[in-house]
Write a protein that binds this ligand. Structure first.
Ligand code: SAH
Ligand code: SF4
Length: 411
């Protein structure tokens, strides 16, 4: 279903601008920015940019600090707002740069409060067609989780995943990844001066579980997450950031060492034969290697467990035998298991396991000593649930899928 055909429900929400969903803007009307955005640059890169426009060396550190504060604490979307910076300097900045985030092309609000944004990204050389990516906000009683994308599409073609059916267009830049968090704070009116009685933040947790395989875009994901976690800026602690991977083994250790966030593994099967089929990357990095990387994950402990995601597919991976093998496999790893009811999408041949089966599976795991929450599907009415993210773009032909899969295998 196209996004602009979906009915949104804002009943019960106050009538503020942030609660009026945006209509989809036609792609043809997209005007790419002409100046580069400073969002997503490290402090060193910011200083280098200031040097290029002639800011004196003695001033650079202070200017970087000011910019950092305005961008990531206050959420300024123009230089004009940055009133602690001299007027002249603001004019200079304005001439050369922006603090633009990805453009919100559409917003949908689910009846359960989940919000999905379709974001438009400038293409690399600014002449091609713009790319689109999705980002989802899921409010819960004790937290608000933002599901962030790392790539436009995905090369990995997991059999049950909608994103995998999309043509990979490109990796996101660090700015486009940080930009998703900023768009969410903009649209939810969630920056520091938000007028709420207790000042609580709406976006408290980040999961890299949107479109794409984050560990195939390692550098940009790392740079972005370091900015998101920086406590002089957006300040979301590493313990509240989870990176989910389908199992890019060589980059798992680096994730622990260079980013230090919580790890989630999309396991989904306990035998290589089945996992080869569901998560084709398994042919390159089979289960034993993947679990060894988890055993070695820097920083994993009983207080910082690794999450194993397991999508419940009817008659495929949901037998009691599978549950038993799962428990056996995870022995010795500080783990929690997250059972995800399969979210069907148009054209899939998989079905979600029966509720009774999911409960039995979950009970077995629980009795073996693992916490095993079943993830409640959220935002189903706006196709925002896990694995459903896919912007409108051509479907891959069988041959193209095969070629992409082969490419991913030889990376
Ligand atoms: N590429 C990364 C992160 C994005 S997918 C990864 O695969 O881990 C986030 C989670 O959603 C993964 O566990 C993925 O396997 C799961 N998922 C994909 N499609 C799904 C679907 N249709 N129903 C339920 N979960 C799905
Ligand atoms: Fe890519 Fe993850 Fe979907 Fe697999 S599940 S196709 S790795 S986004």
């Amino acid at each position: 279903m196209a996004m602009n055909e979906v009915r949104t429900d804002t009943a019960g929400l106050p009538d503020t601008p942030a609660n009026v969903p945006l209509e989809k803007v036609a792609l043809e009307s997209y005007v790419p920015p002409t100046r580069p955005s400073l969002i997503g640059l490290s402090r060193e890169q910011l200083a280098a940019n200031l040097a290029e426009i002639g800011v004196a060396p003695a001033q650079r550190k202070m200017r970087v600090q000011q910019l950092w504060h305005w961008m990531y604490v206050r959420g300024a979307s123009t230089f004009e707002e940055m009133t602690s910076i001299s007027r002249e300097m603001r004019k200079d900045l304005e001439q050369h740069f922006t603090v633009a985030r990805p453009e919100v092309a559409a917003e949908q609000i689910s009846s359960d409060g989940t919000r999905k944004w379709l974001l438009r990204l400038a293409s690399g050389d600014r002449t091609e067609k713009a790319h689109e990516v999705e980002c989802v906000y899921i409010p819960e009683t004790d937290r608000g989780t933002l599901c962030v994308s790392s790539q436009v599409g995905c090369t990995l073609n997991c059999a049950f995943c909608h994103t995998g059916t999309q043509r990979l267009v490109r990796n996101l830049t660090a700015g486009e990844i940080v930009g998703q968090v900023m768009v969410a704070r903009d649209r939810l009116n969630d920056w520091i001066d938000r007028e709420t009685p207790n000042g609580n933040r709406l976006v408290t947790n980040i999961v890299m579980m949107g479109m794409g395989e984050p560990l195939y875009n390692f550098d940009a994901v790392r740079d972005a997450l370091l900015i998101v976690a920086d406590n002089e800026g957006i300040g979301i602690s590493r313990r509240r950031i989870t990176l989910s991977t389908s199992g890019v083994v060589p980059n798992i250790k680096r994730t622990g060492e260079e980013i230090g966030v919580m790890l989630a593994i999309s396991l989904h099967a306990v035998r290589d034969e089945l996992r080869n089929e569901l998560v084709p990357l398994n042919r390159k990095y089979p289960i034993a290697e993947l679990l060894q990387a988890c055993r070695d994950y820097p920083g994993a402990s009983n207080a910082r467990r690794i999450t194993f995601e397991y999508v419940m597919l009817k008659g495929v991976n949901d037998s009691l035998q599978d549950a038993k093998l799962l428990v056996k496999l995870l022995k010795g790893i500080p783990a929690k298991i997250n059972l995800i009811p399969f979210n069907p999408w148009p054209g899939t041949t998989y079905e979600c396991s029966d509720w009774e089966r999911i409960e039995k599976f979950s009970e077995y795991i629980f009795n073996a000593g693992y916490s095993s929450p079943v993830r409640t599907p959220r935002g189903r009415d706006i196709l925002a649930a896990c694995g459903q993210l896919k912007s409108e773009s051509e479907k891959l032909s069988a041959r193209e899928r095969q070629a992409l899969r082969a490419m991913a295998m030889t990376d």
